[in-house]
Design a protein. Structure first.
Length: 223
C-alpha cells in the first residue's frame, strides 16, 4: 500500500497529495512499514560525510554574516530538506513580532518532497503560521509584496486548507484567513547539482554568501 501511494503521488491533485503524504509519513513514523532497502545501508558512510560537510558549510556562512545585523539557525532533518534560516531583528517592522528568520537557504535532497537533484534553493518566507507573526499586520501587505517581488522575477507557493497551491495567484486572489505558508522564490537563484560539483569550496561559500545577502536586501526593501 505504501509503495502504491508513492507511485500515485504525481498523478493526484494537491489535496489528495497532502493526504497521501501525511498518511505515508504516519506509516513511517510509527514504523509500520519498512521504507529502506538493504542495499542503501552501504551508503551510510557517504551520508555521514555529506551531513558533516553541510553542517560545516552552514556554520561558515553563519559566522561570515555579521552577528550584529543577522541571526541564523541551522535545521537538519531526515524527513525534510536541511536548511539555514537567516533573519534580522529589524524585520520586526516588516512582519511584526514573532520569528523573523524569513530567508531559508534549503539544501534540496532527492527524493524528499519529490526533488530530483541536489541543489541549494533560497526562499523568502512571507508568512508561516508557526512563526506567530500577527496576521493582521502581514495580510494587508501580501499583495504589495507580491507585486514588488513579481517585478524581480519571483514566483509563489501558497499552502493551506482548501487552497490549490499550483494555481493560487497571490496577486489576484484574496486571503481572508491565514494560510499555513506563503513562500516566494526565484528559480534562477537556485544553485544546482552540476554547479555544486564544478566549484571549489571557497567559491561555493562565496556564491551562497552573496545569495543570502542579495535576498536579505530584497527583504529589507519590503514594507
Amino acid at each position: 500500500m505504501y509503495r502504491f501511494f508513492e507511485k500515485l503521488l504525481p498523478n493526484v491533485n494537491a489535496t489528495d497529495k497532502n493526504i497521501i503524504k501525511l498518511f505515508n509519513e504516519y506509516l513511517e513514523v510509527q514504523e509500520i512499514v519498512i521504507t529502506w532497502k538493504p542495499s542503501e545501508l552501504t551508503g551510510l558512510g557517504k551520508g555521514i560525510l555529506a551531513r558533516k560537510a553541510l553542517s560545516g558549510l552552514f556554520k561558515i556562512l553563519s559566522d561570515r554574516l555579521p552577528a550584529a545585523a543577522y541571526q541564523t539557525k541551522t535545521y537538519m532533518s531526515d524527513t525534510e530538506w536541511p536548511r539555514l534560516e537567516v533573519g534580522k531583528q529589524e524585520w520586526t517592522r516588516i512582519f511584526g513580532n514573532g520569528y523573523n528568520n524569513k530567508l531559508y537557504l534549503w539544501f534540496a535532497v532527492p527524493p524528499i518532497w519529490d526533488e530530483r537533484e541536489h541543489a541549494f534553493r533560497p526562499e523568502i518566507i512571507l508568512w508561516d503560521r508557526r512563526h506567530a507573526n500577527p496576521w493582521t499586520i502581514v495580510q494587508p501587505k501580501i499583495k504589495p509584496w507580491a507585486r514588488q517581488l513579481t517585478k524581480l522575477g519571483f514566483t509563489y507557493f501558497v499552502q493551506g486548507r482548501g487552497i490549490a497551491s499550483e494555481s493560487f495567484d497571490v496577486n489576484k486572489s484574496e486571503l481572508l484567513s491565514s494560510p499555513a505558508r506563503i513562500v516566494a522564490y526565484l528559480e534562477s537563484a537556485a544553485i544546482r547539482e552540476r554547479q555544486i560539483e564544478d566549484v571549489n569550496e571557497a567559491d561555493l561559500v562565496n556564491v551562497l554568501y552573496e545569495t543570502i545577502v542579495t535576498h536579505c536586501k530584497i527583504i529589507d526593501r519590503l514594507d
